[in-house]
Design a protein around this ligand. Sequence first.
Ligand code: PLP
Length: 381
Amino acid sequence: MTKESQFFSEMPDDLYFGPVFDEEEVEAVSQVIRSLRITQLTSNVVEEFEEAFAGYVGAQEAIAVNSGTASLQTVLAALGIGPGDEVIVPAFTFIGTVGPVMQQQATPVFADIDPKTFCLSVEDVARKITPKTKAIMPVDLFGHPADLDPIQELADSHGLAMIEDACQSHGAKYKDVRLGSLARATCFSFQETKNMTTGEGGMITTDDPELAAACRQIRHQGEESWGVIRRVGYNYRMTALQAAIGKVQLRKLDSFNDIRRQNAAIYTEMLSDLKLQLPEEEPYAWSVFHVYSLLIPTRLTDRRDEIVDALLKKRVPAAVAYPSPLYTSPVFEHLTGPFDCPVTEDISSRVITLPTAQSISEPIAERIGVITYDVLKSYLA
Ligand SMILES: Cc1ncc(COP(=O)(O)O)c(C=O)c1O
C-alpha cells in the first residue's frame, strides 16, 4: 500500500472525526448501569465528576448540567439577568453563546472581535456598555482564551458580571492559569466534538458559593429543599451515565489537548509559506486549538465556498466557522443596528476551518496539511 492510499483508508467516509473512547469509558458506563442508579438524584457519580472538574480547573465549585447552552442560561438566570437587561456578546461565535441571553429575554449587544484572536475586542466592549448592561460574555474561541484581565477590569469598573464561555476551551490557560476560576462563572460544553465529551453535557465553575447554590437550584426545578421552590428552574441535570464518561475523559483531557496542539502545529508548519493569516497564541495564552482557522485573502472572498468545496472533494474536512456575523441571522431581526463590527464582517467572510480532533492521527493531519496547501496554492497563484 502506498503512503497515500494508507492515508485515504484511514479517512472516515463522511469526513467526521469523532471522540476518542476506549474500554475505560465502556466500563465506567457499565458500572453505572449495573448500579441501577443512573441519575444525579440517585447516584454519586455526577458529584464525583463535579469535584474532579473543579479540582482540574482550580475552582471552588462545579455544577454539572446537560449542555453548554444550559450552563450559560443557568448562570444568567442565577444572576437575575432578564427582560430589559443587556448582555455584551461577541458577534463572531456559535449561537449557543447568545441563545441563552434570548432565553432569559435579555438583549444581546454584539461587540466586535480582535483581528488576531477572534475573541471579544476590549475596546469595542467599552464602547458598547450602557446603563442597561448587566454582564459581559467573552468567548474563548477555537480554544484560545479571550484577553480576560482588561475585560474583567471593565466589568469591575461598571459593576458588571463577567461570564466566560469556555465551551471550546477545556484545559486552556490564561497567563498560566487554567480557565475556570477567572470569571464570575465559567461555562463548558461536553458536546461530542469538544476537547472532552460526555455526549451532550455542560459544566459551570465558580468561586462564588452563593452563585453556585443558585445554579444548583435552577438546574433542578428551582427547588431549595423538598417542596420548597425558590425560583423558576429547569430540568438541566446531567445523568450519571454522562458523568461516568466525563470522569474518564477528564483524565485524558491533557493528552487530547496535546494531540490538538500537535495537529495545529502540523498545519502551521505545512501552510506557513503561503503567507496567510494562521492562528497564533498571544503571549498570555495557551490555546487548546479546538479548531484550526485560516484566513484567505480579501480578493478570494467570493470564492471561499468554491475553495471549501475543492478541499472537501479532495477529502479534506474543511468547514466555515462562522460564515457570517451572528446578528445577520433572522432571529435577531428585531435588533436595530448599526452593529458596527467591521472585524467580524471581514473575518467571517474569509475564514476557513480545519479540524484538530483527538481522533485525527499525525499521518492524517499531515495529509490534510499537504492537500490544503496544494488547493490553497492553486487559488493563490
Ligand atoms: C462557543 C460555544 N458556546 C456555547 C456552546 C453550546 O454548547 P452545547 O452545544 O453543549 O449546548 C457551544 C457548543 O457547541 C460553543 O461552541
